[in-house]
Write a protein that binds this ligand. Sequence first.
Ligand code: COA
Length: 159
Amino acid sequence: MGEEGDLAATRLARGCRCYVVWIEGAVAGYGWLSTGPEWIGELQLEIKPREREGYIWNCVTLAEHRRRGVFRSLVAGITIAARRHGDRRMWIGSVAIPPEKALGPLGFEPALRFDSVTLVGMHVMRVTRASNRRLATDASSVLAVRPGLLIRGSHRRRH
Ligand SMILES: CC(C)(COP(=O)(O)OP(=O)(O)OC[C@H]1O[C@@H](n2cnc3c(N)ncnc32)[C@H](O)[C@@H]1OP(=O)(O)O)[C@@H](O)C(=O)NCCC(=O)NCCS
């Protein structure tokens, strides 16, 4: 986890689960699953998954293993494991990069869209609903955010 390596112990201690893709005995990628409240730095929001929900975050494929399906396998594996734990819905954030195309075929649907910019310590964000209104409403609830414009101070948290 590079410079975030020291955070692993505190994440595990607060109940986050870490999932790893191994290739020939070495870590190729990893991702985290939280069922409790978790900070989302990109949005400057906290997500509070409801009962039997989880939030997948901080998914990374090590540079030498990219574009070989590690991220896809990781997210698929986390959702299967979560289902076995009895979780019925997973939330995940995507940052408009090509690998997000892996998420639709795994059953993920857009819920909310965020367009944001951080300027002189202020985080300015427009929140819009995706077409699935019920999903958008549920996402608004777990993030405690409403569609519209949101302006607040920007804070960096190590978590
Ligand atoms: C985002 C990230 C996790 C993707 O990991 P990955 O293991 O390379 O992704 P996959 O190989 O599973 O790719 C899934 C799909 O996206 C495509 N893809 C991945 N990277 C791509 C790129 N840079 N350009 C175009 N397509 C890309 C893959 O080809 C694959 O599609 P395909 O099966 O149709 O070919 C990795 O690039 C990464 O760790 N980035 C830094 C951290 C980050 O940005 N994380 C964001 C999530 S929190």
